[in-house]
Design a protein around this ligand. Structure first.
Ligand code: MG
Length: 256
């Protein structure tokens, strides 16, 4: 199933639904732990605005999880996952604007596969991980690259408002161990890889992180970006496309 969160044009509240061609079939909130059921209401995709498909308590992000990305920065391949967090202020949905902060000179894109947690878990094994995953979606780990080395930690460089586009929907129909992943800037391909190149694969990451902290329904795990990250500027259109997970498109705008 392909789960989207959306706001109908004539309403204000957020609804969930299953994408079915040009239609969206409304369902209950998929993060309550209850069985997913259809309400019977069907919307035309053209009559709704898709928003970020998850509203996590936390976004856990893995740095340097593609061998080629570590090499392009001249950094050693990590022996355990490099983890940082983004908070909900950073999250935006498909077609929303990424705001380039005034204090940032080099704003970078990072195309990433995001894992969306289905229900609360703690201390789970790699074999159990799939029971706790609702699905996968595209993410962009937007980064103020010039601020990253200045800060010691990555909280500022990774955590500005609008620095975590998610979407356009969550799917459980893909195999996360082998998905083509691509980033395009103004239509030109700038990153291209496959999730089989992940140093730490999805089941390992979910298990590892669950041994560090409780994962909650809706939490997302960003699995790292391949080589080719570079700068974005005012007016640029950035697209993250992952096999089976659609295209996450956002436009960059300078902070007013
Ligand atoms: Mg990243």
């Amino acid at each position: 199933m392909k789960i989207a969160a959306f706001v109908p044009f004539d309403e204000e509240s957020i609804c969930y639904g299953l994408i079915d061609g040009e239609n969206i079939r409304e369902i209950n909130d998929p993060f309550t732990g209850e069985e997913i059921k259809e309400s019977g209401k069907v919307y035309k995709r053209a009559d709704v605005i898709l928003v970020n498909p998850s509203f996590p308590v936390k976004a856990l992000c893995i740095g340097l999880n593609y061998r080629d990305h570590a090499e392009e920065f001249g950094l050693p391949v990590p022996e355990s996952p490099v983890v940082f967090m983004k908070s909900e202020n950073a999250i935006i949905g498909p077609e929303d604007y990424i705001i380039k902060p005034a204090m940032c000179r080099d704003l970078d894109y990072e195309a990433e596969l995001a894992v969306v947690i289905k229900k609360e878990c703690k201390n789970i094994s790699e074999d159990e991980a799939s029971d706790y995953i609702l699905g996968y979606c595209c993410a962009n780990d937007v980064t103020a690259r010039d601020l990253q080395p200045k800060n010691g930690q990555w909280t500022i460089a990774k955590g500005f408002d609008t620095f975590l586009p998610l979407g356009p929907f969550i799917s459980d129909e893909v195999d996360p161990s082998s998905l083509d992943i691509e980033c395009r800037l103004n239509g030109r391909t700038v990153q291209k890889s496959n999730t089989r190149n992940l140093i730490f694969p999805v089941p390992y990451l979910v298990s590892y992180l669950s041994k560090c902290m409780t994962l909650h329904a809706g939490d997302v795990i960003l699995t790292g970006t391949p080589s080719g990250t570079n700068h974005m500027n005012n007016g640029d259109v950035v697209e993250v496309e992952i096999e089976g997970l659609g295209v996450l498109r956002n436009t960059v705008e300078d902070e007013a």
